[in-house]
Every structure is written in structure tokens, then in C-alpha cells.
Design a protein around this ligand. Sequence first.
Ligand SMILES: Nc1ncnc2c1ncn2[C@@H]1O[C@H](COP(=O)(O)OP(=O)(O)OP(=O)(O)O)[C@@H](O)[C@H]1O
Length: 406
Amino acid sequence: MSQGDDLFTREDPIFTDKELLEISHLPDEGRIVGRDDEIKQLANAANPAIFGQSPSNVLIYGKTGTGKSLCAKYVTSRLVDTAEEEGVTVGTAYVDCAQDTTETQAAQTIAAALNDDELTGINIPDKGISTATYYKRLWSILDDTFDVVLIILDEIDKLEDDSILMQLSRAGEAGKIDSCKIGVVGISNKIKYKERMDERVKSSLCEREFVFPPYDAEQLGEIMQARSDAFREGVLEPSVVPKAAALAAREHGDARKAIDILRYAGEIAQSKGDSRVREEYVIQARERAETDRFRELIRGSTPHSRYVLQALTVLSMNDPDHEDGFRTSRIYELYEEICRQEASETLSLRRVRDLLKEHAFLDVIEQTRHSGGSAEGAYTQHKLLEDPEVIQQVLQPDVDAEQVVE
Ligand SMILES: Nc1ncnc2c1ncn2[C@@H]1O[C@H](COP(=O)(O)OP(=O)(O)OP(=O)(O)O)[C@@H](O)[C@H]1O
């Protein structure tokens, strides 16, 4: 290949450090915006670990993109360093429960994350051993290696059942481990998650609960500004960050979406061969971020949660002028129809109401109560906040709405 080969670009004209805009990137202290109180509270709960004692178990709630995972990871990583200075060995494991939904997968992930096979001589295979064996090896690893471990269970509501929570919260009491102490940090964006928990697990796991509020436009602006050195100097038009912040705040105060918008706007400039990231690219980037956000939201959600949303989506697509939304009873009828087509048992009306509430909490839909007058009684209407086309694309990319109602 000659030096003059112009097939590839040798220097990125837009980004200098794109990693700053990756969602998995853990910013340093100065770059975490508006979460001082939450970080302090989490640190308080974890603090006993510094003295080799049991940290409080914590449950963190909040809408998507409010910094729950970020703050949990940040606090645990600082804890490890401080404990080390005190001569205490703290280990941490992170489990994405949307990925590891079963007890066995979660136990495997925790054991693999904490195991140093050269030190312990223990092998944690990806699969092929029983859940009980994973646990046995995990307990040995903990006692051999650590004084304390902190286990972050992200999207904890996606776990199939509470078995692993029971095991982790009772390991000490049940004599499975001798000296190591375990702390669990559960993270969820389902408001009703706690109600579903086994009573015994609930009492030990929910020692402290924190709710992370959504960010406002100013905070989103700061979060993006703190990462603007991902771009080459002078590349960002000055209106880009405020515009992206305003869009993300208006919709859900979601930092993930704000950062995605910024990254996509840069990529759009790149693909157009433009040396500036312009405000108009922000608008296009927003649409892409919207689809991504929604895909992420329903990742790993139960089939019935999807059917309920599918029902409302079909109603909205077939009757776009229905501005006030649709009543629970109409959604339920269509939901029953979808269940029939999927050869699945229907859930009760009450459960479907709960699922609709969960979608409302995540700002996928909006609910309004109506008094209905004396003849009718009060009722609720539900309206999609996301574009129905986007939802349809993500839920069932190959099906068009008419097929479902026919
Ligand atoms: N306060 C903040 N300062 C800087 N970056 C932030 C802040 N909050 C969130 N972010 C960034 O936004 C993205 C999403 O945050 P995070 O994953 O912590 O959200 P979450 O509340 O756990 O959302 P989900 O429930 O969807 O997992 C990450 O890239 C994170 O680094």
C-alpha cells in the first residue's frame, strides 16, 4: 500500500477521545455532575467495609439514565482503594441482571469476577457445573481472598427469582462463609420491584433505599460539557450542547440519552465529511438516541410487558387522532387478542394495570385520570410518549400494525 493511499482517514477530524462518550466509560470525580448527595449516602452505607465490617445492603431506584450504575460503580471503586490503605481487602463484582437472568448465570458471573485463579487455584468455567458447585466455589473464593465484597446487581428486577438474593443475604448466617462479609447494591428502575420480593429477602436487602431524581437541562448541559474534550477543539458549534441538553431534559432528564445525542451528532458530522458538529445534526441524532433508549428500556422485559405496549402501540397507530389516549379496558381487549395470537395465557386486568404503570414510570407512556361522571365512574387513559413507529420497529420489526388487528 502506498503512503498516499486515501482510502482510510488517518486522523479523526471530529473526535480526539471518543471513549469519553461511551456509556460504559466511568468518569472521574470531577466529571460526575449533581450527584454529591447520592454519592455521599452510598458511601455512608458502604463505609463499614473500610473496617472490615458488613456494609449496609442498598436498593437504588430511579428512572433510566439518572446515574444509578455510575454512582454505584464509582463509590465501590473508591471504597476498594480506601480500604486497601487501611489494610482491608475489598472485592467488587458487577452483574447486569438483564444479561444474567438466572441464578446460575448470576452466581457464575460473581464468582468469575472475584476469582484470581492463580491465587485460589479455583476454576470457574463458563458453564457445565451445577448452581450448587458455583456457590461452593464462590464461598471459598470469598473466604480465601477478601475481607469484604460488594456486589452490584444492576437491573435486579430482571432476575428470574430471588434465590441468589436469598443466598447472598444469608451466606454468613447460614455458615457458608466464615470471615468474609457481603454487601449487596441492587439497582432498579421498576417502582414496584420491592413489592414482588420475598419478605425475608426484602428485610435484609432493603436496609437503605435511595431514589435518584432525573437531571434538569442545566445538569445535562454540565454532564455533556464535562465530556466535550471528546471532540477536537473548535469542532462543536456553541449551540450544540445547550440544544442537546434541552432536548434530553424535555423528554426524560436522561443522561445516557444526552450523551448518545452528542456522540451521534459527531458521527453524523463525520459521515457527512463536515468538520463542524452543527445544531441541525443534534435533531437527527435525537431520533436515533430515542430508538436506542427505547430498545435499551425494553431489553429483557417480560413478554407480557411487551404485549401490553404492543396493544397500546397498535391502537395509537390505527387511531392517531385519538389525542387523549386510550382507556385501560380497550388496551386490555387488544392485549388479550395479542396473547391469543402468541398462544400465551393472559394476565389479570390488575397485573396489566401494573405493567402500564411501569411503562408510565419510565416515561414510555403517560397516564391521566378522568372523573367520568356519575354514570361511568373514574377511569384512566394511557397515551404513548414515544413515537409509535419507533416502538413498533423495536418490538416487532417485521410486523405492521394491521396484521395484529385483523
Ligand atoms: N451525574 C453524571 N455525571 C456524568 N455522567 C453521568 C452522570 N449520570 C449519568 N452519567 C452518564 O450517563 C450514562 C448513563 O448513566 P447510568 O448508566 O449510571 O444510568 P442508570 O441510572 O444506571 O440508567 P439505567 O437504569 O438505564 O441503567 C453513563 O454513561 C454515565 O456515565
